[in-house]
Design a protein around this ligand. Structure first.
Ligand SMILES: N=C(N)NCCC[C@H](NC(=O)CCC(=O)O)C(=O)O
Length: 442
């Protein structure tokens, strides 16, 4: 059956700021307390969505979460009116205010792990919401993510959305950022590669310096929940030395599409063995490997060369959607241009300015969730979230009306900002026909 890969991008929220919340993500640490521009962040995201929709790709949008998350603050013992809670928390625990205000839900590659219907026992598309257990500011995303995915993929005959795994380190799960699905056509049965940073049975084999956010135990549970057909899943460990150099998710060092794996030479533990098992299972498996002698892991982390979207064009050749930082780096850009000239699967490069997101460690691939859909399934997706000329104009104006163009840590305590967020998101749920998905709407 002819199926396509749709990309759903997270829209940066009104409180996008740089809080240094993600130890192990070097951009996050480096840019702590920089002034942010939420309006520009949202516009940069929308521009990418619009450009891909204009090229003929199926593109959807996933809205921001309500922030600051007042319920989380109340759960942590702050009380009184909203204004009082904000006043208290900024005085007593400003770091917590930052965490509950993070716009990190924009990085929807971490929202869930998706299994196309061709790979599942009941023939439905399955989503398991990620618990993002390693960071508090991200762990609070799971409940709203479930509601939003439920409001977008609401037809239970075609879609199943599973809640996140238990919120403990043993089941740390970061969603599709540590998952690649391979296959010839999107609609035929595929092979799913789950990449973990830590196996709870062998903790000594994990990284030493930075945390491994994804466990093998979580990946195995996700494969069960998503009802993968037996034999469809492969598990591999990410190179712990890469995690220790700032590769906090596998999508910072590898990306796949159909039968192609584009990755760095030092991405995985025992990479040759992994290639062999992928080659056994995937007809035409083609690794495109970047040698360490040409590009270092440090340059991968700085340029986000692999945090790209590898997309199949209508002529069946592949396009690589990269961040502007990869284009600006002479050695990386030279290597990429040599690659496209080799008449291999990757023939075109396209760079986007996503600087606001990049400064927190989020490139093009972090901002998108891939969902393979048959035509019947696509017809069942909430149509109001699918990007086109009209939706782009509507959302661009909505951003213009509601977003601030500068935000600092201090601004987060402004009760006015909380109200601005509620008014904006209330309007957005109507524009996107989502129903009442946020707490403040209940
Ligand atoms: N690679 C993928 N798929 N996603 C990138 C997520 C970036 C995110 N950054 C942050 O959460 C930084 C927030 C701050 O520091 O303000 C994270 O580390 O989880």
């Amino acid at each position: 059956m002819k199926a396509t890969e749709a990309n759903f991008d997270g829209l940066p929220g009104l409180t996008h700021h740089y809080a240094g919340l993600s130890f192990g993500n070097e951009a996050s640490t480096r840019n702590q307390f920089q002034l942010s521009n939420p309006r520009l962040a949202a516009k940069q995201g929308l521009m990418k969505m619009k450009a891909l929709a204009d090229m003929g790709f199926v593109q959807g949008v996933i809205p921001p979460h309500q922030r600051p998350d007042m319920a989380a603050l109340r759960q942590l013992g702050f009380s009184g009116s909203d204004a009082r809670v904000l006043q208290d928390v900024v005085k007593k625990a400003p770091g917590l205010l930052s965490a509950v205000s993070s716009a990190s839900a924009m990085w929807v590659a971490n929202a869930a792990t998706v299994a196309p219907s061709a790979d599942t026992l009941d023939g439905r598309v399955h989503f398991t919401v990620a618990n993002l257990n390693n960071k508090f500011h991200r762990a609070i995303e799971a409940t709203t993510t479930s509601s939003l995915l439920g409001a977008i993929f609401r037809d239970a005959d075609h879609f199943a959305v599973h809640d996140a795994l238990p919120q403990v380190a043993m089941f740390g799960d970061e969603g599709a950022a540590n998952h690649n699905r391979f296959g010839a056509g999107y609609g035929s049965a595929g092979v799913q590669l789950f990449i973990y940073g830590r196996d709870e049975s062998h903790p000594e084999r994990g990284p030493q310096r930075y945390p491994a956010r994804q466990t093998r135990q979580a990946s195995e549970a996700v494969a069960r929940l998503n009802q993968l057909v037996p034999g469809c899943a492969i598990y591999a460990q990410q190179n712990p030395a890469a995690i220790d150099q700032g590769v906090f998710h596998n999508d910072v060092i590898a990306v796949s599409n159909q039968q192609v794996l584009f990755c760095h030479q030092q991405a995985f533990v025992d990479q040759p063995a992994l290639y062999r098992s992928l080659a056994e299972k995937i007809p035409g498996f083609t690794p495109v490997e970047v040698p360490a002698s040409r590009i270092s892991i440090a340059d991968c982390v700085q340029t986000y060369l692999f945090n790209s979207q590898l997309l199949t064009r209508p002529d069946d050749n592949m396009l690589l959607v990269l961040p502007e930082e990869a284009r600006r780096h002479e050695g990386v850009w030279r290597w990429l241009n040599e690659l496209t000239e080799q008449q291999g699967p990757i023939r075109e490069l396209r760079a986007f300015d996503l600087r606001e997101s990049m400064c927190n460690g989020g490139g093009p691939a972090c901002l998108r969730l891939r969902v393979v859909l048959t035509p019947q399934e696509q017809a069942k997706v909430n149509p109001a979230v699918l990007m086109n000329e009209t939706l782009f104009a509507t959302l661009d104006q909505w951003v213009e009306r509601h977003y601030r163009d500068r935000l600092s840590q201090q601004d987060l305590a402004d009760p006015q900002l909380l109200d601005e967020g509620r008014v904006a998101l209330d309007e957005l749920t109507k524009l996107l026909d989502l129903g009442n998905v946020y707490n403040f709407q209940q």
